[in-house]
Design a protein around this ligand. Structure first.
Ligand code: ZN
Length: 177
């Protein structure tokens, strides 16, 4: 489904449901951090991969809500979104074992492969800032922010063993103490 078709369909549904219009954009409860596993990405490039690998997805937009660039394609620390975020549509970034994390979870993808290299500081800082903003905006608890592979039922190393999760966890919770 493209952006226009989704807009028309969801307008009709929300028109009928009424209250859904209030609930829909504020329902986010989880944040899931991913890496792209490749060194280069733009929104167009990720759309192409999504079409090839997730051809069953009814939404023709990248599976994540945010992408943070590494200077190859997108700028270093640049945050980009596709229309999946514009309309607050569910994600397609975790497996069917964790439907709630797709329906209620914002997916953030860092461009890069953190199995093989470390996260560049500028990109990491952009992730911390974005995560903190989203936690505040949607009232998301610190324990609901996870790396993809840390979620039970997901068999992936994403976002890579060099992603500094403990440090990240500490830094996004600094205000809460
Ligand atoms: Zn992932």
């Amino acid at each position: 489904m493209n952006r226009r078709k989704f807009f028309l369909a969801s307008s009709a549904i929300l028109g009928v449901l009424g209250a859904g219009a209030i609930y829909w954009p504020t329902r986010w409860k989880y944040i899931v951090v991913h890496h792209s596993a490749g060194g280069f990405a733009t929104i167009d490039f990720l759309q192409q991969i999504h079409r090839e690998r997730q051809s069953g997805d009814p939404i023709d937009a990248i599976p994540y809500h945010y992408v943070i660039g590494n200077g190859h394609g997108l700028g270093m620390g640049e945050i980009a979104s596709d229309w999946r975020k514009d309309y607050d549509i569910w994600g397609a970034h975790v497996s069917g074992n964790n439907t709630a994390r797709n329906l209620l979870g914002l997916g953030i993808c860092l461009v890069g492969n953190f199995e093989t290299s470390t996260v560049p500081p500028k990109q990491y800082e952009a992730l911390v800032a974005l995560t903190r903003t989203l936690m505040k905006r949607y009232n998301i608890a610190q324990e609901n922010v996870l790396g993809h592979g840390l979620i039970r039922g997901e068999s992936t190393k994403c976002p890579g063993s060099k992603f500094p999760f403990d440090k990240f966890r500490r830094e996004i919770g600094a205000d809460a103490a």
